[in-house]
Design a protein around this ligand. Structure first.
Ligand code: 13P
Length: 247
C-alpha cells in the first residue's frame, strides 16, 4: 500500500455568503500545478453553488457534517445523499465543534460515516484531545479511542481520511510541537493498521489547528502528516494557497 496523496482541505465553518464564491474562484484560478488534492468545505448553503463554480477546476467540494439517515423527519438536518446531490464529494465528520457543541458521540460519528459511504462521500473523520486531557497525559489514549470508536469496519476498501485536531489548537494560534504532532499521528497510524491491516497505510492523516502559511511547511513535512484541515486560513485565497504550496 503506497503513501496516500496529500489532502489540503479548507473548513469554512459557519462563514461565507454568496460573495465568498469569488474567493474560491480566485483560489482555483491561481492554483496551477500541485501534487496535493485540494478541497473546500463551505457551509451547506454554498455547497451547490461552490460545486458549480469549481467544476473542472480540480478543487473538490466537501460538506462539514451530515445526518446519519438518508431522509425523513429531521427538521434542519441535511443527509449525505442531499450533499452528494448538491455536488459534494467529501464530508468532514466528528469535528470537535460538533462533538462538543452538539453532543456527538463516537457511535454517532461512526453512524454518520456509514451514511457518507452509502452516499459515495469520502469522510474526513476528526479526532483530538482537549487541553485538560493533554495535561493529564491522556492525549494518545483519547485520540486512539476516538479513532477506534468513530471508524466503522465498513470503511475497509473505501477512501477516507482522519484529521487530528487538538481542540486547544483550533482557532487559538497555538500548535503542538512537531514531535508532539508526530507522536499522535504515529499512534493513529498504528490504530489504523490494527483496524484495517496493511490498507491502513493508505489513509491520509491530516493535521488541523491553527495551520497558516508560516507553519505549514514544517507541519506538512512532519512524519505521518498527510495533509491539513485548515479553518481560518482557508477563508482567504492567498493564505490557503500559501498552505497548499507548502505541501
Ligand atoms: P483553525 O485553522 O481556524 O484553527 O481551525 C481548524 C479547524 O477546526 C479545521 O477544521
Amino acid at each position: 500500500m503506497t503513501k496516500p496523496q496529500v489532502l489540503i482541505a479548507g473548513n469554512w465553518k459557519m462563514n461565507g455568503l454568496g460573495a465568498s464564491l469569488a474567493e474560491a474562484n480566485a483560489l482555483a484560478g491561481s492554483l496551477g500545478q500541485t501534487t496535493a488534492r485540494v478541497a473546500i468545505c463551505p457551509p451547506a448553503t454554498l455547497v451547490q453553488r461552490l460545486a458549480e463554480v469549481l467544476t473542472d477546476s480540480g478543487v473538490l467540494v466537501g460538506a462539514q457534517d451530515c445526518h446519519a439517515e438518508a431522509s425523513g423527519a429531521f427538521t434542519g438536518d441535511t443527509s449525505a445523499e442531499q450533499l452528494a446531490d448538491a455536488g459534494a464529494t467529501l464530508v468532514i465528520l466528528g469535528h470537535s465543534e460538533r462533538r462538543s457543541g452538539h453532543g456527538e458521540s463516537d457511535a454517532l460519528v461512526a453512524a454518520k460515516v456509514q451514511a457518507a459511504l452509502r452516499a459515495g462521500l469520502e469522510p474526513i473523520v476528526c479526532v483530538g484531545e482537549t487541553l485538560d486531557q493533554r495535561k493529564a497525559g491522556d492525549a494518545l489514549a483519547i485520540v486512539t479511542g476516538q479513532v477506534r470508536g468513530s471508524l466503522p469496519r465498513e470503511l475497509a476498501g473505501n477512501a477516507f481520511a482522519v484529521a487530528y485536531e487538538p481542540v486547544w489548537a483550533i482557532g487559538t494560534g497555538l500548535t503542538p510541537t512537531t514531535p508532539e504532532i508526530e507522536e499522535v499521528h504515529r499512534a493513529i497510524r498504528a490504530a489504523l493498521l490494527e483496524m484495517f491491516g496493511d490498507a491502513g497505510r493508505g489513509v491520509a492523516i491530516l493535521y488541523g489547528g491553527s495551520v497558516k502559511p508560516s507553519n505549514a511547511a514544517e507541519i506538512l513535512h512532519a512524519d505521518e502528516v498527510g495533509g491539513a484541515l485548515v479553518g481560518g486560513a482557508s477563508l482567504k485565497a492567498d493564505d490557503f494557497l500559501g498552505i497548499i504550496r507548502a505541501a
